[in-house]
Each structure stands twice: as C-alpha cells, then as structure tokens.
Design a protein around this ligand. Structure first.
Ligand code: PLP
Length: 375
C-alpha cells in the first residue's frame, strides 16, 4: 500500500552511486581491457599501495574476497589442528568459517549490548593454552575497544587479526581499522562501505614477512615463476575490480561522511522513543555506519510496517554464529551467548547508503516513530 508518488526505498542502492561515477568507472575498465593484463597487474599493485596509505599501514595484499583475506591471515599463522581462535557470536558466518578452513577451533565470546561488537572483557575467560589468535570484528562499522585487547594479546603472544570487512574507514582513537592488529581482513563485496562490482578482498599489515607470505599464499605458494615453496591458493584480487576500487577509494571519505550524515539524521529523528535502542557510538569511536542498526522488541511489527510502505530493511544477522545449522556438531553450539541471541531477535538494519535523501530519511523516520509509539 504505497502512498501515491512515494518511491520504494531499498536497504542499499548501488545504482545511485554508480550513476555518480559512471564515466570514471567506464574509462578505468576500458583501460584494463586496452592494456590486456588481467591478473596481478598495475591496478592491483597501485590499489594495494593506495589502500595501505588510506589505512595507515605499510602493506596491503589484494585477494579474492573478505573470507579469503581472513583465511589467508590464519593460514599464514600455521595453526595446528585444535588450535583455538577467539571471536564474537554476533558476526557474519565467514569469520568462523575461515577459522574452520584452517583447522582451527572457533571459540566465541558474547557481544557488548551497547556497541554490539565483541565484549573485550570476556576474552580473558575464553583464553586457554591453545589460543593462537583473536579476531575482533568491527561490527556494523563500530570499532572494537582495541587497546585493552591488544595489550592482553601481546602479553600472551596471541595474534590479533582484525575482521575489518565492515570497517572501511572506521576509526578507533583516530587510528584506522585495519592498522591495529598483526593483520586485518577487508571485504569489497559490492554492498560493503567500499565495494567492488564483484568479489574482492584485502589483507593489511605492518609486518613485511607476513605480507610476503600472504602474497605467496594467494598465488599458488609461488616464490618465483613456477617455484612453489608452500601449498598455496588461487585467491587474487581481479585487475578490473582493482581498477574500479581505485576510482571508488577516491570518494570513500566523502561517502563515509554522507553515511554519518544519514546516521545523525536518523538519530535526531528517533532519539528518546520507548523500546527503540539506537546505534551507540563510544567516545573512542568514529563509526563508519556500514549499517544503521536499531533494536526493538517490536522488530517484526516494525519491519512489516516499513515493508508495507515500500521500505526494505535487513537483519544482520537473524541467527547468531553458535546456532547456525552448519555448526550444530561443534562445541560452541552447546553454549549460550545471551546478548547475541537477544540481538538476533530484536535488531533491524534501516536503509543506509550515502545517497539517501533527507525526504527519504524523513519518510522512514516517520513510519518508525508511528509504529513504535502506537499501542
Ligand atoms: C562481508 C563479511 C565477510 C566476508 O567477506 P566476503 O568478501 O563476502 O567474503 C567477513 N566478515 C564480515 C564481518 C563480513 O561482514
């Protein structure tokens, strides 16, 4: 039942952004075709340098996806079977999949109810003699409280691998996500804050040896042409995607500012309502708003009200990690993570993309307010 004239609003609109950079993208893509180098060419190399500079790190290695970026970080650590890797129950399944691909055992801690990120105070109790790594996830674009985590991990010689797949441009105490751990994984899945027009990913690190290992691992373990020194993978960032990402990186700061504008407008319009918890931004954080996630016990009613008006929302994520069917036989499936479980039942991601207009934000906010305040 749409109001006459009011257009539908998607959760994410990639076409509006494309239209604003159409010419730049077209010429970058045609240029790759003209040069005829499609794998590990100069666009990948240049984008690695540009993205490293953006994140404030020394090295960046382009890979096939965010999942592979995480997997390659863990593969470079040479986990022994049964080695434990601690992460959070409120994340995307790729975080824990990557641990399992490398023969590791995922160990979960719960989320902080305010930031919805890893509750760092729970990590201590999760550590055992087998803990090799910790993967903090900058969930929704809010940074994990990294200082206490880094200090704790360093004392115990545990590697910290940032899952920055939702954290492009996110800052913790004015330092960019992806530059704080031993290494970090980024995704360029199209809907991410910096998205390609296909799959892509990146590992960032200040450790030259580690970056070199990942360079080998992504390319069949090759040290020099046809000399394969370790068992590797085929997991490279595509040259065409790198060319597109170079164009888009030039706009990223502007787009993050626009995301923050949208978030501030939502927050101004929705603050103070009963049973509606808005995103929280800690003092140490500069949230990049990959997602704008509200929480309410009326989640289904709210989602239906918005949907009736042509407004699409998302749930990130409806099933916490330990309750995923694929993991039913793992030890974590028998544990309880009450905050993540409650979040899964009550969170709703409102439309969030840099090109959202004030009229659209007003329309969405009005429906949310009406729905939440009606009995
Ligand atoms: C998107 C995402 C990934 C996986 O990235 P892909 O590029 O889709 O493989 C991993 N972790 C988190 C937190 C993500 O949001």
């Amino acid at each position: 039942m749409n109001d006459a004239g009011s257009a539908k609003i998607p959760l994410v609109d990639l076409q509006r952004q494309y239209r604003s950079i159409e010419k730049e993208v077209a010429s970058a893509v045609v240029d790759v075709m003209d040069r005829g180098q499609f794998i590990l060419g100069e666009n990948v190399q240049a984008f690695e340098q540009e993205f490293a500079r953006y994140c404030g790190v020394e090295h960046a290695v382009g890979v096939a996806s965010g999942t592979d970026a995480l997997m390659l970080c863990l593969a470079a650590l040479d986990l022994n079977p049964g080695d434990e890797v601690i992460t959070v129950a409120n994340t995307f399944v790729a975080t824990t999949d990557s641990i399992l691909y490398c023969g590791g055992k995922p160990v979960l801690v719960d989320a902080d109810p305010r930031t919805r990120c890893m509750d760092v105070s729970q990590v201590h109790a999760a550590v055992t003699s087998k803990t090799r790594a910790i993967i903090p996830v900058h969930t929704y674009g809010h940074p994990v409280d990294m200082d206490p985590l880094l200090e704790f991990a360093e004392k115990r010689d545990i590697a910290v691998i940032e899952d920055a797949c939702q954290g492009h441009g996110t800052e913790y105490k004015q330092v960019k996500a992806g530059s704080m751990g031993k290494c970090a994984a980024f995704s360029f899945y199209p809907s991410k804050t910096l998205g390609a027009y296909g799959d892509g990913g990146m590992v960032t690190s200040n450790d030259a040896d580690l970056a070199n290992r990942i360079r080998m691992l992504r390319n069949y373990g090759e040290e020099e042409k046809y000399k394969h020194v370790v068992l590797g993978f085929n997991s490279r960032l595509d040259e065409i995607q790198a060319a597109i990402l170079r164009v888009k990186l030039g706009h990223l700061d502007h787009w993050i500012n626009e995301r923050r504008r949208v978030a501030a407008e939502y927050t101004a319009a929705l603050a103070g309502l009963p049973d509606l918890q808005l995103p929280y931004e800690e003092e140490y954080a500069r949230h990049s708003y990959y997602l704008y996630v509200v929480r309410t016990q009326r989640r289904e009613i709210l989602r239906n009200s918005l949907s009736r008006e042509g407004i699409s929302c998302g749930i990130h994520y409806p099933v916490p990690i330990h309750l995923q069917p694929a993991y039913r036989d793992l030890e974590m499936a028998r544990k309880k993570y009450p905050v993540s479980e409650a979040l899964a039942g009550e969170i709703l991601s409102l439309p969030m993309f840099p090109e959202l207009t004030q009229a659209e934000i007003d329309q969405i906010s009005k429906i949310v307010r009406q729905c939440i305040t009606s009995v």
